[in-house]
Design a protein around this ligand. Structure first.
Ligand SMILES: NC(=O)c1ccc[n+]([C@@H]2O[C@H](COP(=O)([O-])OP(=O)(O)OC[C@H]3O[C@@H](n4cnc5c(N)ncnc54)[C@H](OP(=O)(O)O)[C@@H]3O)[C@@H](O)[C@H]2O)c1
Length: 331
C-alpha cells in the first residue's frame, strides 16, 4: 500500500457506519485525519480512538452541519474533505440539515482551498423515477424525480437529490474540485457500537421483528468497498462526476433465503407479504465507472454473511440457540 504521510483530510460525520471504515482506511494509508462528530465525548465515538494510527493521526472536532464556523475549524488547512455526514431518516425534518449542511461544507471546503471534496450522495438521488423503464441499466446520468419523491413523502431521497444538486452548483460556482459517490444500500461489518439504518434493514429479518418480506428488490454493497471507493475517488485526479457504488441487487426473497441458509437459528420470515403480484424484477445499476478505476466488489451474499457475524460479535444478536427457541415461542 502506498503511504501518504503528508496529507491532512477531514471526514464529516466520522462516527457513522461508512465514515468509520473510511477513517480506518485513511489512517492505514498514512493520512492525518480530522473527523467531525457532534459530541467527541459520546462513548458511541470511542471506536474511532481505538483505530490503528488514531493516537498519532486522528483528531476529533466537535462540529454540527448547521454550524458553519465549527465546520471551518475542522476543514481549514486540509488537503481534502470527505463529506459523509447527513441525517439518515425518512422524516421531513432531515431535509434541512442535509441540504444546508452540505452547502456549509462545500463553502468551507472552497474557502479553505482544499484539493478535492468527495461528496457522499446516495442511489436515492439517482433512481427514484416512476417513468423509468424497469429493465433499463441505470447509470450516473439518471436523477431521481423531485416531485415524485415529495409526493410519495420519500424525504430521504428528496433531501439527497437537493443536497447533491446544490453541492454540484456550489462547487462549480466556487471552483471547488468535487466528485460524488452514490452507494446503494450499504451492509457489512460494523465498527461503531450502534445500529445504523442500513444494518438495521438486515437485523430486522433476524430478530422476529418482521413476519413477512416485501415483494421488492434492493441493491447492496459492502461498507469496505464504499470506503475504498471514497479513497480511490480522492486519489485519482482523473475521476470526475458521479459514481454509482453497487455490487448487485437481490429480491427480498433471495435475502431472506440467504440469511436462513447461513443462520437457521434465527426466525427469518419465509412468507412474502405480496405473493399475488409477480416477483419484482432486479434493479440494474452500472458500477462500471468504479470498476474501470480498479475497484473489485465483494459478492453480496458474502456481505450478508459478514453483516450477521458482525451483528453477533457486537452483541446485537444473541448467538445462543436457546434464546431463539424461547423467543419464537413467546412471539
Ligand atoms: N448506509 C447506507 O446504506 C447508505 C447508502 C447510500 C448513501 N449513504 C450516505 O452515506 C452517508 C453516511 O451514511 P451512514 O449509513 O454511514 O449513516 P450513519 O451511520 O447514520 O452516519 C451518519 C452520520 O451523519 C452525522 N450527522 C447527522 N446529522 C448531523 C448534523 N446535523 N451535524 C453533524 N453530523 C450529523 C451523524 O452524526 P451523529 O453520530 O452525531 O448523529 C453520523 O455520524 C450519508 O450521507 C448517507 O446518506 C448511506
Amino acid at each position: 500500500m502506498h503511504l501518504v504521510y503528508d496529507q491532512v483530510v477531514c471526514v464529516t460525520g466520522a462516527g457513522g457506519f461508512i465514515a468509520s471504515w473510511l477513517v480506518k482506511l485513511l489512517l492505514e494509508k498514512g493520512y492525518t485525519v480530522r473527523g467531525t462528530v457532534r459530541n467527541p465525548d459520546d462513548p458511541k465515538n470511542d471506536h474511532l480512538k481505538e483505530l490503528e494510527g488514531a493516537k498519532e493521526r486522528l483528531v476529533l472536532y466537535k462540529a454540527d452541519l448547521l454550524d458553519y464556523k465549527s465546520l471551518c475549524e475542522a476543514i481549514n488547512g486540509c488537503d481534502g474533505v470527505f463529506h459523509t455526514a447527513s441525517p439518515v431518516s425518512e422524516e421531513e425534518h432531515m431535509v434541512e440539515p442535509a441540504v444546508t449542511g452540505s452547502k456549509n461544507v462545500i463553502v468551507a471546503a472552497a474557502e479553505a482551498k482544499v484539493r478535492r471534496l468527495v461528496f457522499t450522495s446516495s442511489i436515492g438521488a439517482v433512481y427514484m423515477d416512476p417513468n423509468r423503464c424497469p429493465d433499463q441499466l441505470i447509470d450516473e446520468t439518471y436523477w431521481s424525480d423531485l416531485d415524485f419523491c415529495k409526493n410519495t413523502k420519500n424525504w430521504y431521497c428528496y433531501g439527497k437529490v437537493l443536497a447533491e444538486r446544490l453541492a454540484w452548483e456550489e462547487s462549480k460556482l466556487r471552483g471547488l474540485d468535487m466528485v460524488s459517490i452514490s452507494p446503494v444500500l450499504v451492509i457489512g461489518p460494523l465498527l461503531q457500537p450502534t445500529i445504523n439504518a442500513s444494518t438495521g434493514h438486515i437485523l430486522k429479518y433476524l430478530t422476529g421483528a418482521v413476519k413477512t418480506y416485501t415483494n421488492s428488490v434492493q441493491a447492496y454493497v459492502d461498507v469496505r468497498d464504499v470506503a475504498a471507493a471514497h479513497v480511490l475517488l480522492f486519489e485519482t485526479p482523473a475521476a470526475t462526476g458521479r459514481h454509482i457504488c453497487s455490487e448487485s441487487s437481490l429480491h427480498r426473497g433471495q435475502v431472506v433465503e440467504t440469511l436462513a441458509k447461513y443462520f437457521p437459528e434465527y426466525p427469518v420470515p419465509t412468507k412474502c407479504a405480496d405473493e399475488i403480484k409477480p416477483r419484482s424484477r432486479p434493479l440494474l445499476f452500472s458500477n462500471q465507472k468504479l470498476k474501470d478505476m480498479g475497484l473489485d466488489f465483494l459478492p453480496v451474499r458474502q456481505c450478508l454473511y459478514e453483516t450477521v457475524k458482525s451483528l453477533q460479535e457486537k452483541g446485537h444478536l444473541p448467538v445462543s440457540n436457546k434464546f431463539f427457541i424461547g423467543c419464537s415461542q413467546a412471539i
